[in-house]
Ligand binder design. Structure first.
Ligand code: PLP
Length: 373
């Protein structure tokens, strides 16, 4: 009898787990809109009724070339980009941009300046000395990157200033875009298309797709064309932005399927009302969560309040001994991907564009119902 009862319980549990909605708070690869997942799956079986899977279609076909153009043009529309910018879908992740930027922009005797706001900034900084000089103008490393340094100036001999506009691990964000006479570069991997930002202030923007735009496998690069072609070194063909500009991101076989899923997300974004509407949606979600963190005595936020990110919300248990219990409570209730980065500990809720308000409300209800022993 005992055995049968146990088996029945397990079957019931399995069934309820199968039906349980999973709320995906992962930092990346991250949540995508439900409708995008459905359409992306259809394209794997049969792309728009053509009888072919998109996975087996040539990147030179008119269908693929057509949707790559559409993706580029949606990026241009959403960000109000002028013709002086190129929009590229590259491979190698945002991490390859850490070296491609200085390789394409910096002569050996020139200087790239950086604000060190986290582990991703530090990785970008590490690459620069392969190509030229590097200067770190400010860092918040001494306090585990929990704020954005404010009082710094860009030296007059800087070729460019590089910022990580949203810090995925630490949950901080530049709310003011720096003004500088140097070229302005931003790693926007974890916030691209999440808030209104004047893209025309930047000379180079890059973003790995897998945080807020699509699946892993492609990196969006937006570059002001006139800044290229000014370095003396020989740049290997595949690492030269101009190669990809002249061939519309199809010099070699591009990551067709990831780019298609990005396109589906861009269409979704536009249908939702574009970036203005998305920013309002994101502000509402972030306010719900931060309000609960500030109200609930069991939890506390880790980032400086004035620098809090709209996209990544790190928090810890006020009593670290309660963390395992809250993590278990989350897992049992279908909250996934909420473990904090090891350098910060605790929890991190990544609440990208595709995250619905209802999932935030659900997490808040778990925080409210949590009663540690
Ligand atoms: C995830 C992330 C990266 C690394 O992206 P890859 O595509 O994995 O190379 C770089 N910068 C930021 C801000 C990120 O969040």
């Amino acid at each position: 009898m005992e055995v049968i009862k146990k088996e029945q319980d397990e079957a019931l549990l399995k069934q309820s787990q199968k039906n349980m909605k999973i709320h995906n708070f992962s930092a990346g690869p991250a949540i995508l809109p439900d409708s995008v997942i459905v359409e992306a799956s259809k394209a794997v079986e049969n792309y728009e009724g053509k009888g072919l899977s998109l996975l087996e279609m040539s990147h030179r076909s008119k269908e693929v070339a057509g949707f790559m153009d559409e993706a580029e043009s949606l990026v241009r529309q959403l960000l109000n980009l002028g013709d002086d910018y190129a929009v590229l879908f590259l491979t190698g992740g945002a991490s390859s941009q850490f070296f491609m930027a200085p390789m394409n922009l910096l002569n050996e005797n020139e200087k790239g300046c950086y604000i060190d706001t986290g582990a991703w900034s530090a990785k970008a900084i590490k690459e620069v000395s392969n190509f030229g000089h590097v200067e770190v103008l400010a860092t918040s490393k001494e306090t585990t990157y929990n704020y954005i340094p404010k009082n710094w100036t860009v030296p007059s001999d800087a070729k460019y200033l590089h910022i990580t506009s949203n810090n995925t691990i630490y949950g901080t964000q530049f709310h003011d875009i720096p003004n500088t006479d140097a070229l302005l570069i931003a790693d926007m991997s974890s916030e691209i298309f999440s808030r209104e930002i004047d893209a025309n202030k930047f000379d180079l923007i890059y973003a790995g797709a897998q945080k807020n735009l699509g699946p892993a496998g492609t990196t969006l690069v937006i570059v002001r064309k006139e800044i290229l072609g000014q370095v003396q070194r020989n740049i290997p063909t595949m690492l030269d932005y101009r190669t990809h500009i002249s061939k519309n991101s199809s010099f070699n076989t591009p990551p067709v399927y990831p780019i298609y899923v990005c396109l589906l997300t861009l269409r979704w974004l536009q249908a939702k009302g574009g970036i203005k509407a998305m920013e309002a949606h994101n502000k509402k979600k972030a306010a719900l969560l931060y309000d609960e963190i500030d109200r609930n005595s069991f939890f506390k936020g880790t980032a400086a309040i004035e620098d809090r990110s709209l996209m990544n919300v790190p928090f810890v248990a006020d009593n670290p001994a309660h963390e395992a219990a809250f993590m278990e409570y989350c897992t049992a209730n279908g909250v996934s991907g909420i473990k904090g980065h090891r350098s910060v500990g605790g929890f991190r809720a990544s609440i990208y564009n595709a995250m619905p308000v209802s999932s935030i409300e659900f997490l808040v209800s778990l925080m409210q119902n949590f009663k540690p022993e």
